[in-house]
Design a protein around this ligand. Structure first.
Ligand SMILES: [Zn+2]
Ligand SMILES: [Zn+2]
Length: 428
C-alpha cells in the first residue's frame, strides 16, 4: 500500500526547488548587503511563547497552532511564525550585551493548520528578517528599502508595499475607544464575527474580509488621524526617507496586520498572480515584545515573505523556473569506454563542472536522447577508438556537430572548454 503525504504538507519537487534555491540565494545576497546575519531557529518551541507574543485571541493561536503535549507533559508547538522565536533567542542569549543593534535573517518552514488552498499550505516556507535595538524611523525605512530591493532582485514585477501606523501603547487606547464607539453605532451592519469581537479586539474589524464590513469600513476612524505627535512624526519620517530613495509606499489606513504585538509602522506586500489572497508577506514594528518575553526594553522591527507565494507570482509572470543542466554528459560505448568515462567524469567534477556520467551498456541513440532531455550542451563520446587514441570526441549539441579528437582523454576542464569554443568559432 502506498503512503501519501499529509494534507497541506507538500513536496517541493526538483522542477520547483530550483526556483526556491534562486529566491533564497537572492535573499542571502540582499541580507548581506544590509549587514544581516543568519540565525537558524528550531522548528519546535513551547506553545506558551506564541500565546504570549502573537496573542491569545488571534486565529493563529486560537485555531491554527500544531500544539501537542510532549512525553514529559510540556506543551510544545510547531512554530507558526518566526518573529517570536527570534525574540526568544535574542532574550535567551542576551544578544543585547554583545552589540547594541542585532540584525538577524532566517529561512525555513512554519506551520499553521489553515484550510489548504492555492499558495496557502499547512507547512509553508518563509524568508524573514528582524532588527533589535533600534526604534528610530531610519531603521524602519531601511527595512522597507531592504524589502523593496529584495522583491526587485527576485523579480516580482507587480509588488506593492502598503504601510500604516498602528500607534503605540499611549495613543492606541483612545483609538480603540473611537473604533468601538463607531462599531457600536453600526453594530447591525457588521458581520457576526465582528459583532462578537467588537469589544475584545476591535482592530480586527478593520481587516475583516466580509463584504458588508469592507463596504462599511471607509467611514471608520483611522489610526493615522488618532496618533499622538510622536507616533505621527515617526511615521511621517519613515515615509519621507523611503520617498527620498525613490521607494513609493501606498498608505493603507485600515491595514492592521493580524498579530497583537505590532505597533507604529506596519506594512504588507501584495503582488498580482495569486488571486484574492494576494499578500506575499509583511511585517512591522514591535517595541514591547522583547520586554514582554523577559528581555530588555529595546525596539524591534521585522518582516517575513512566503516562499511559495513568491514562487507562484514568478510562475504567473511567465518566467521559466531555472533548469540546471549538466555542462557535460559523458556517454560511454562498450566496456573500455565505461571505466574511462567514470574517471573523466570524476576529474571534471573535481575541476568544477556539472557532469552526468551514463552507466554505459546502452545504445548511442538512447544515451543521446537522455542527454538531449537534460539539455546538456556537450556530450563526450567514449568508445574503443577514443580510448585507443587517447583523444575524445565531443558532440556540440547546439551546433549539431561532432568534434572528433578535440581534446586529450586526460584534458583538464579549461583546455577542454577552450578547445570546444575554438572549434565552434572556426566553424563560424
Ligand atoms: Zn503613540
Ligand atoms: Zn466583519
Amino acid at each position: 500500500m502506498k503512503i501519501s503525504s499529509v494534507k497541506g504538507f507538500h513536496d517541493v519537487l526538483p522542477a520547483e526547488s530550483a526556483r526556491w534555491a534562486e529566491i533564497e540565494a537572492t535573499a542571502r545576497d540582499i541580507f548581506d548587503r544590509y549587514n544581516f546575519s543568519e540565525i537558524r531557529l528550531p522548528i519546535v518551541e513551547r506553545a506558551e511563547l506564541f500565546r504570549r507574543s502573537v496573542g491569545e485571541t488571534t486565529d493563529i493561536v486560537e485555531k491554527e497552532m500544531y500544539a501537542f503535549e510532549d512525553r514529559d507533559g510540556t506543551v510544545l508547538t510547531l512554530r507558526p511564525e518566526g518573529t517570536a522565536s527570534a525574540v526568544r533567542a535574542y532574550v535567551e542569549h542576551a544578544m543585547q550585551t554583545q552589540e547594541p543593534v542585532t540584525k538577524l535573517s532566517y529561512f525555513g518552514p512554519m506551520f499553521r493548520r489553515e484550510r489548504p488552498q492555492r499558495g496557502r499550505l499547512r507547512q509553508f516556507s518563509q524568508i524573514g528578517a528582524e532588527v533589535f535595538g533600534r526604534d528610530d524611523p531610519a531603521i524602519d525605512a531601511e527595512i522597507l528599502l531592504l524589502l523593496s530591493d529584495l522583491l526587485q532582485a527576485i523579480g516580482i514585477e507587480s509588488a506593492e508595499i502598503g504601510v500604516n501606523t498602528l500607534g503605540c501603547s499611549d495613543c492606541r487606547p483612545a483609538f480603540r475607544e473611537a473604533l468601538v464607539a463607531w462599531g457600536e453605532s453600526h453594530r447591525d451592519q457588521l458581520c457576526a464575527d465582528c459583532q462578537r469581537r467588537l469589544q475584545q479586539n476591535p482592530l480586527r474589524l478593520l481587516d475583516c474580509k466580509q463584504p458588508q464590513c469592507v463596504a462599511l469600513r471607509d467611514g471608520a476612524p483611522r489610526m493615522i488621524e488618532h496618533c499622538d505627535p510622536a507616533c505621527g512624526e515617526h511615521f511621517a519620517r519613515v515615509r519621507q526617507l523611503c520617498e527620498e530613495q525613490g521607494l513609493e509606499l501606498v498608505l493603507q489606513p485600515y491595514m492592521v496586520r493580524g498579530l497583537d504585538y505590532y505597533c507604529r509602522t506596519a506594512f504588507e506586500v501584495v503582488a498580482s498572480g495569486l488571486g484574492s489572497q494576494n499578500a506575499v508577506g509583511g511585517g512591522g514594528r514591535y517595541d514591547g515584545l522583547v520586554k514582554s518575553l523577559g528581555g530588555p526594553q529595546v525596539g524591534g522591527i521585522g518582516f517575513a515573505l512566503g516562499v511559495e507565494r513568491l514562487a507562484l507570482v514568478l510562475e504567473a509572470q511567465g518566467g521559466d523556473a531555472p533548469r540546471p543542466a549538466p555542462e557535460f554528459y559523458i556517454a560511454p560505448l562498450g566496456a573500455a569506454g565505461e571505466s574511462a568515462a567514470f574517471a573523466l567524469g570524476h576529474r571534471l567534477r573535481a575541476e568544477g563542472a556539472r557532469v552526468e556520467v551514463d552507466s554505459g551498456g546502452k545504445s548511442l541513440k538512447s544515451q543521446m536522447r537522455r542527454a538531449g532531455k537534460m539539455e546538456a550542451p556537450y556530450v563526450i563520446l567514449l568508445g574503443e577508438d577514443e580510448v585507443g587514441s587517447g583523444r575524445i570526441t565531443v558532440r556540440d549539441m547546439q551546433a549539431r556537430a561532432d568534434r572528433r579528437g578535440v581534446a586529450a582523454l586526460d584534458t583538464d576542464i579549461n583546455e577542454l572548454r577552450a578547445a570546444l569554443s575554438a572549434a565552434a568559432t572556426a566553424e563560424g
